[in-house]
Design a protein around this ligand. Structure first.
Ligand SMILES: [Zn+2]
Length: 495
């Protein structure tokens, strides 16, 4: 059996002003840059990536009697951001389609996709990619895809892919496991198994701060889905959707697969009813910056309080440079604060020019045109400089590294120990390495402020006595009734 494999991941924030271009996919960030051919296998080895799990599963099923040959084509991802340009989408899609065509008859296809890609011309990027692949290979060759938990799944994707799997954890600790599940399903399809899909869209949007799978209602729902999926021949998936996408299919959805259409439909209906019954429990629990800081300062506990700057998460298309939470920390005269990762290449360059131990006066952040956000003007002491290659140590990306460009640690002059990690490229602060690489003892902080929505929980939650979701200005608005949606399908509730 010859199986073509490829990956093309993007989570598109249609409210972010900067389009995502081809070079954004070429560049390495927390994941590899654009890789092709055998590098798809070698450069992703050992990582918590869907394609890695898919490759390992194919290798584990490869026997002399049932030989499996993988044909690696391409893998790429870009940091979440604005619409994917037609140029980027057309070029990368063409490489995948041409690669599949050049196999002159593969038996199956596995794709590592996100599920929330929006291009300048297509609301449903993944559906359009699948349409182009089907136009090339016809309807019969099985295609299995794995998607992010934040996928906005469409009927087109369900119709064009024979099988879809979705991460079941947020933070995404099971990316490789989800790819493995898709490959295992593809192998069953190739052995002649028949499955039928049922698809239900949930009639309300779920804000990302309410999607943490460690708490209810998400924990119960995913426990249920995991339980009914113990039998590989019948399984279900639940994607909670990516709310910063102004498209008709924005939102959560349920998929069920079974050996009869009736069984699949019954499973999908049961799960969607279970989700709908919990609508009121999906609460993002947002607090404005100043009261959030006051609440953190009043904590009676020894352990630090985490202030999550959930609306300026680069991992959801945020600029990583808004200053609302930083200003609130200074205004409240908070002490023993560490805050990361703020993206400001001009500031990082100035810090490198200034040198360790020296002082500088410089504007920081606030330059991305976010409403109600302005630069933070202050004097700083440059505490330490960094080349921006950070090696992840947490469960989500452990073993990989982040490329953030020239970076630094500075302290705010006149404040009571407020230290900031500043980078040159946008990066989500989901791993302790961004602080520990500077020798910071996080347990000694009173407040840890993080530009991340939920992913930080995997590596920081155990350090904290309390976690507060802060609604400071950012490009990733989590109060969904403030977003100027124009394209949602009729009847979708936005909370
Ligand atoms: Zn995600």
């Amino acid at each position: 059996m010859r199986i073509a494999i490829a990956g093309f991941q993007h989570e598109t924030n249609t409210f972010a002003p900067t389009p995502t271009e081809y070079n954004d996919f070429v560049m390495a960030d927390s994941w590899p840059g654009l890789i092709t051919d055998q590098a798809v296998i070698t450069a992703t080895q050992g990582m918590n990536l869907p394609i890695t799990g898919a490759i390992e599963t194919a290798h584990a099923h490869n026997t002399p009697q049932h030989q499996i040959t993988l044909i690696p084509l391409l893998w790429c991802a870009a940091e979440p951001g604005g619409y994917v340009s037609d140029d980027a989408f057309d070029r990368i899609s063409a490489k995948i389609c041409d690669g599949i065509a050049a196999t002159s008859g593969c038996d199956g296809v596995y794709l590592d996709l996100h599920g929330a890609m929006v291009t300048s011309s297509h609301f449903d990027g993944e559906g359009e990619l699948l349409r182009r692949i089907r136009a090339s290979i016809g309807p019969d060759i099985p295609i299995a895809i794995s998607l992010d938990l934040h996928a906005n799944i469409t009927q087109q994707m369900v119709d064009l892919a024979d099988l879809i799997t979705v991460y079941r954890t947020y933070p995404h600790l099971d990316m490789a496991a989800t790819g493995a599940r898709a490959m295992a399903g593809l192998l069953r399809l190739l052995s002649g198994e028949n499955i039928y899909a049922a698809f239900r869209q949930i009639p309300f949007l779920i804000a990302l701060p309410a999607q943490y799978t460690g708490h209810d209602p998400c924990r119960s729902i995913y426990n249920h889905i995991g339980h009914i999926s113990d039998n590989a021949h019948e399984f279900a998936e639940f994607a909670m959707g990516f709310s910063a996408a102004d498209i008709p299919d924005c939102g959560a959805s349920v998929l069920a697969y079974a050996s009869t259409p009736e069984q699949a439909a019954a499973m999908a209906s049961d799960i969607s009813e279970m989700v709908i019954a919990r609508e009121a429990d999906f609460d993002p629990m947002l607090i404005d910056p100043y009261p959030a800081v006051i609440q953190a300062m009043a904590s009676p506990h020894q352990k630090p309080v985490i202030l999550a700057d959930v609306q300026d998460n680069p991992g959801a298309g945020g600029s990583g440079d808004t200053t609302g939470l930083l200003k609130a920390l200074c205004a409240a005269d908070a002490e023993h604060v560490v805050f990361g990762v703020i993206c400001d290449p001009d500031f990082a360059r100035a810090a490198h020019d200034t040198g360790t131990g020296n002082n500088m006066t410089h504007a920081l952040g606030g330059r991305s045109g976010v409403a109600d956000d302005t630069p933070f003007e202050a004097s700083f002491t440059v505490e330490a400089l960094h080349d921006g290659i950070f090696t992840y140590t947490g469960a989500m990306y452990g073993g990989g590294h982040a490329e953030t460009g020239r970076s630094c640690l500075v302290s705010v002059t006149g404040a009571r120990d407020i230290r900031l990690v500043v980078s040159s490229y946008r990066t989500q602060c989901l791993d302790q390495c961004f602080f520990t690489s500077f020798g910071i003892d996080l347990s000694a902080a009173r407040i840890i402020a993080l530009k991340s929505t939920i992913h930080y929980r995997a590596d920081f939650e155990h350090l904290a006595s309390q976690i507060i979701h802060v609604a400071a200005p950012g490009l990733f608005e989590c109060r969904l009734n403030r977003l100027p949606y124009r394209h949602l399908r009729g009847g979708v509730r936005i909370g």
